[in-house]
Design a binder for this molecule. Sequence first.
Ligand code: NAI
Length: 342
Amino acid sequence: GSLRESVTTRVAPKAKSAARILPEASYKVAVLGAAGGIGQPLGLLIKMSPLVSELRLYDIANVKGVAADLSHCNTPSQVMDFTGPAELASCLKGVDVVVIPAGVPRKPGMTRDDLFNINAGIVKSLIEAVADNCPEAFIHIISNPVNSTVPIAAEILKQKGVYNPKKLFGVSTLDVVRANTFVAQKKGLKLIDVDVPVVGGHAGITILPLLSKTRPSVTFTDEETEQLTKRIQNAGTEVVEAKAGAGSATLSMAYAAARFVESSLRALAGDPDVYECTYVQSELTELPFFASRVKLGKNGVESIISSDLEGITEYEASALEALKPELKASIEKGIEFAHKQQ
Ligand code: NAI
């Protein structure tokens, strides 16, 4: 009982005297692909959120056990399981946030684009169900290639007449998480303080960390910039190779996705100070989709932060120009897929 007592005495008085009342657990979150490598730890992290009232887990198989397991954690949210397309609609009705990590991951030697043929169809069918059942929800797309799956989702939502560009997000949080970690390690900084904006897209050279915009302000030699940029761009492949055929990043991805969910829920709850990098419809460049820092609010993207792209270094400016053709091609590939399926 001593642990319990100390937790109670430490937490309870503080909560009572807190100037700002924390929002209640009142949000419903669905995870599609919840039995997978990302889905399981992501479910666990969302189960720990004090803001969630219902955690709805959907997969085509094996989700009952995951839900039974998670449901024993004594945190506020109720866990519900949904298996197969026949149960998808009831999974989605009334949810505030839908997170989609459904699809196949990379194996060594594969690019994210190699996943297109399988994952494009999976994302399409899931987004159709989202459009029919919870068109108002924030939609977080994790399934790769994100550079193409987000444009696919946008087109499907348009076809259904429910596209809201402010509520469709490609999850690029892991690129920021990695950049923060690697920069803090390299420069001996306290991790908690480091924030590196990462713009562009989510694959190879389209991942552009703006190291010159790191907060707190740090300086890098040209060699450090080159080495850190490459490492951040190839970090996913580092994990794919270490896992040697058993998949790609799942645990760090779940961590990053849970951060993005929590940020979205805080925004929904009215927190006026929520910023995340994410891949969204954007007018920051001539490309229709682009990852950058955005301000999140109750209605989704409140504004896209343009200042990060102002006054960037020559290295960053040329990397930005270099990534555009690849990102443009991935966007067009997604749009074309969605049109062909009509
Ligand atoms: P996994 O294979 O372990 O899990 C995928 C899950 O999706 C499985 O449980 C599978 O049954 C389920 N699934 C397949 N088709 C489905 C459908 N039609 N409806 C619902 N569920 C379905 O794969 P993992 O490692 O969890 O990766 C999932 C995706 O996330 C991959 O596409 C991967 O490339 C991507 N990813 C994205 C990252 C990012 O930064 N955005 C980082 C890491 C991975």
